[in-house]
Write a protein that binds this ligand. Structure first.
Ligand SMILES: [Zn+2]
Length: 484
């Protein structure tokens, strides 16, 4: 009994926080306390994060160093904390429109600065040193696009090193020779976990370092650590964790860093229902990284079976934004049963905080093997193309007074105007056009504008992919298109 007690005490002293995911549970519950409230959406820019980074200079333990400049002269800053032997390097947003993890890094800084976590951080920083390089591609972030100023994908420049941002990332990597690296990205929200009907909210990868996809000690550690992170996160997003494609890409950073000796982990933030700004997924990133720091500090990952990683399903593409199912479409005397898969692509409005959507019919027919964020069964309903209200409205502000309910009831999704606005989208709950060029059949590739009827009466209208029940005074959630 005495020996058992001694062993037990040794195990306890090895850990810096309770096991059994109490730590992750605690992070989940207390997250709001640490959330960096100045970052509220995905389109924040370099100018929004620089004051937050500069504030860290005055926080105990942090050092901030300028490590270079982007093509357009935006400074990249390396943030360091800790004095432990094991080095953990993480870099985010080398693709400008992939900001979810960047926001989470600032939540982590707030966690570290919060005195309630003093003991945890003290123990952590005796064992590890953390290096953060947020927003590697600030020029891309400025335009909310993937590539950098030269339109080069930085993640294909790890070998040739032609862009300053790639040179900086590589030189910081070389200067650190870190034990672990976290390569932080966003992926399409339309990935599923294998052929399940679940969205791939987080996808992990221990990138391959050769075409044979061999596993050496370096990659093996990344594989095991992912196993730990998978177990920790699966409590919060059960079934929503996938594995990213593991094809070797000799031009990518993750693959090369793995080859050059740092156990590298790719984290891709995907989609979660009703989380268009990915604020919940940001919280999951916060938990994932802190959980990983703890695993590395305690070396608890080394006991994790590689089989957990092996068993994670790969990303697949079984998710639409919207599916309208089991509708009856009439063509002359024929009646056909169809499902319609619609995707909505987002665009930045004149005000960068306002997002507009453009819909597209992406598939038709039997979509029973697919799933959608917004999935509707319309068994017993008929569908047809919505029509165009041909009496021209002018000036545009007259639209303020129009009763859209009456137009919807008559099956109109588009209204003609004498002069179109300059923008591509309208906040009005209808599409605007100069003339009636609109086809009457439902085709792939066109925007989704339909009427859905039961017993000959219009019950629903679809305007630019947004489904709306036709009822008096119902608020429209979406935007119309300006059809040029
Ligand atoms: Zn990316």
């Amino acid at each position: 009994m005495k020996t058992l007690l001694i062993i037990f005490t040794i195990i306890i002293s090895e850990t810096i926080m309770p096991q059994n995911f109490d730590f992750e549970q605690h992070l989940y519950q207390s997250y709001e306390r640490y959330k960096e409230n100045s970052l509220t959406h995905r389109r924040f820019k370099h100018a929004d994060i620089i004051p937050l980074i500069d504030k860290l200079k005055h926080q105990k333990g942090f050092t901030v160093k300028v490590v270079g400049k982007s093509v357009e002269g935006r400074e990249l800053k390396l943030i360091t904390i800790g004095h432990g032997k094991k080095k953990i390097f993480m870099w985010s947003q080398m693709h400008g429109d992939e900001p979810t993890a960047t926001a989470a890094l600032f939540d982590i800084f707030n966690f570290i600065n919060d005195t309630t976590n003093k003991d945890f951080c003290k123990a952590l920083f005796e064992r590890v040193t953390l290096y953060f390089l947020p927003m590697v591609n600030p020029d891309g972030a400025e335009r909310y696009k993937r590539r950098n100023f030269y339109d080069i994908d930085l993640n294909r420049d790890a070998s040739r090193l032609q862009c300053p941002e790639a040179v900086i990332l590589k030189s910081v990597f070389d200067s650190l020779k870190a034990d672990f690296g976290f390569n932080l990205h966003d992926q399409s929200h339309r990935y599923s976990v294998g052929n399940s009907f679940k969205t791939a909210t987080i996808s992990f990868l221990a990138p391959a370092y050769n075409y044979e996809k061999d596993v050496n000690d370096v990659r093996g550690k990344a594989v095991k650590l992912i196993g730990n992170m998978y177990q920790a996160l699966n409590h919060f997003i059960p079934g929503h964790i996938a594995k990213y494609s593991d094809e070797y890409e000799p031009r990518a950073f993750g693959d090369n860093f793995q080859k050059w000796g740092t156990s590298t982990i790719l984290i891709e933030s995907g989609g979660w229902k009703d989380d268009p700004e990915k604020q919940f997924i940001r919280k999951i990133n916060f938990i994932a990284l802190l959980s990983a720091f703890k695993s590395i500090a305690e070396e608890s990952y080394s006991n994790t079976s590689a089989e957990i990683y092996e068993s994670i399903s790969f990303n697949d593409k079984y998710i639409f934004d919207v599916i309208l199912r089991n509708l009856t479409m009439k063509s002359g005397k024929e009646k056909i049963k169809i499902d319609i898969g619609i995707n909505l692509d987002e665009f930045e409005g004149p005000n960068e905080k306002k997002i507009y959507y453009k819909s597209q019919v992406d598939d038709l027919g039997d979509l029973s093997t697919f799933y959608a964020y917004n999935d509707y069964d319309f068994d017993g309903y008929t569908i047809e193309r919505a029509s165009v209200y041909e009496k021209k409205v002018s000036p545009l502000n007259k639209l303020e007074k129009i009763d859209f309910y009456d137009l919807y009831l008559k099956g109109y999704s588009t209204i003609l105007v004498k002069k179109l606005p300059d923008e591509k989208f309208t906040r009005f709950p209808i599409n605007l056009a100069l003339e009636n060029k609109i086809d009457t059949t439902i085709n792939i590739g066109e925007s989704a504008n339909f009427v859905i009827k039961k017993d000959g009466k219009v019950e629903y209208i679809v305007i630019n992919g947004f489904l709306q029940k036709v009822e008096k005074n119902r608020k429209f959630e979406g935007n119309g298109l300006v059809i040029k």
